[in-house]
Design a protein around this ligand. Structure first.
Ligand SMILES: Nc1nc2c(c(=O)[nH]1)N[C@H]1C(S)=C(S)[C@@H](COP(=O)(O)O)O[C@H]1N2
Ligand SMILES: [Mo]
Length: 407
């Protein structure tokens, strides 16, 4: 039997415990859900990544941190999940002074190549907090399991990006009337060493929105190597796969972009509801254009311990793609009753929103705290699981953590 470490406040204490001594509200847990395991947080280390990262794969590099490390409103540069589809670029060989960004494509009137200095001097600068969530975030929660990186719930972050608008740059090159899509290009290569690792794009109208950036800075500093140095295309609210790191250009396309990982079923879901485990014909998938309503509890850390009578402060973030979150609720009795949390406004569209609440957990024992966001169209997070899909995208079930109250 695995040892499970409980954590007092934010400090680890050596005490171990087995689940659960006094399992409060146990009868309310919906059929099919088992109590969360309170695994000890032991992170593997890999070159270049701090040892609090948990590494899913090293080639390609995929890694994430524990949910509670995403607590700040603006995610610091040393904690976002790291996702690469192919080989890592030779970062040390990159010279930002000669880095080029090219706009071309069938629907581009005047193809142009810019240096980073050109972009900085020619166009207005903008700074936005933008939520980047992998389309496969929380994939591990799907039952039956879906193939792909088994992300838990932290393949999402919201940092502040500074750059120029994609639309200003595309307009500078002239967008023909027949433009329908963008195609994004990066320097990194496929695992085979040949061809692009990934080259995705968006319907042209999204590229014209006023918070899609070509950014050279994250949180006021140079973009870290692993998050897109020296230049990144950043679209909040949409699957992060379109936010190309180490970006070398955008093609303005007169067809749906046909770059690497645009083909079905990559970043696509079935056009109609399917049974869990069902095989779906490739023609029956459609592209995911935006992420959906969801929330994350970032405090307390799962496994925390409280004293009976002590208020339990709970907080986190919530987001809903291009929409705002209008209501945030928390339950500590497996969804039987919900408590409305304080919810902050977005600093800008496509940014996550902070929320917080203080709970009075009524007696000693084991609890789960669940969080549920509702968006401006009234859509809310499912308690058990959302529509299953073959690639395990867009899981947005309620977030769950486990805590214990001592007598
Ligand atoms: N150049 C490049 N950009 C990329 C990728 C990649 O493999 N190469 N992966 C995409 C995917 S699938 C995701 S989820 C995000 C991850 O961004 P992060 O590593 O900053 O968290 O980057 C996107 N941009
Ligand atoms: Mo992703």
């Amino acid at each position: 039997m695995k040892r499970r470490d409980f954590i007092k406040g934010t400090f680890a204490v050596g005490a171990s415990a087995m689940l659960p001594i006094n399992w409060v509200f146990a009868g309310n847990l919906p059929k099919g859900l088992s109590p969360l395991e309170v695994d000890s947080l032991k992170w593997s280390s890999v070159t270049d990544l701090p040892d609090y990262y948990k590494v899913l794969n090293s080639t390609p590099l995929n890694a994430y941190v524990a949910d509670h490390m995403l607590d700040p409103s603006i995610t610091p540069a040393n904690v976002p999940f790291v996702r690469w589809n192919g080989l890592l670029p030779d970062f040390k060989a990159i010279d930002p002074k000669i880095w080029e960004f090219t706009v071309d494509g069938e629907s581009c009137e005047n193809p142009k190549t810019y240096t980073i200095a050109d972009l900085k001097s020619k166009f207005k600068h903008h700074t936005y907090a933008l939520t980047l969530e992998c389309g496969g975030n929380s994939r591990k929660n799907f039952y039956p399991s879906a193939k792909g990186n088994q992300w838990t719930d932290s393949a999402v972050y919201c940092s502040e990006w500074t750059g120029v608008l994609v639309s200003d740059v595309l307009k500078d090159c002239g967008i023909k009337d027949d433009a329908v899509y963008t195609g994004h290009h990066s320097i990194d290569r496929h695992l085979s060493g040949k061809g692009d690792a990934i080259s995705r794009g968006v319907p042209i109208q999204y590229a014209l929105e006023d918070n899609a950036l070509i950014a050279w800075s994250m949180n006021g500093e140079e973009i870290p190597y692993l998050h897109g140095y020296p230049l990144r295309i950043v679209f909040g609210g949409r699957p992060a796969s379109i936010s190309s790191k180490a970006a070398t250009g955008i093609s303005i396309r007169n067809v749906e972009h046909d770059g690497k990982k645009m083909e079905s079923p990559a970043y696509r879901v079935p056009k109609y509801p399917v049974a869990p485990g069902e095989k779906v014909p490739l023609d029956d998938f459609e592209v995911i254009e935006h992420m959906i309503v969801k929330s994350l509890i970032t405090h307390p850390q799962t496994g925390s311990e409280f004293k009976l009578g002590q208020k339990t402060a709970v907080r986190g973030h919530a987001w809903a793609g291009p929409l705002a979150v209008v209501k945030m609720e928390v339950s500590y009795d497996y969804g039987s009753t919900w408590h409305v949390a304080d919810l902050k406004k977005q600093p800008n569209q496509m940014a996550w929103q902070d929320w917080s609440i203080e709970l009075d957990l009524p007696q000693h024992g084991y609890y789960e705290i669940w969080s549920k966001a509702t968006d401006s169209e009234g859509k809310t997070q499912p308690v058990v699981q959302p529509q299953w899909n073959p690639k395990g995208y867009m899981f947005n079930g309620c977030h769950r953590i486990a805590v214990r109250v001592q007598k």
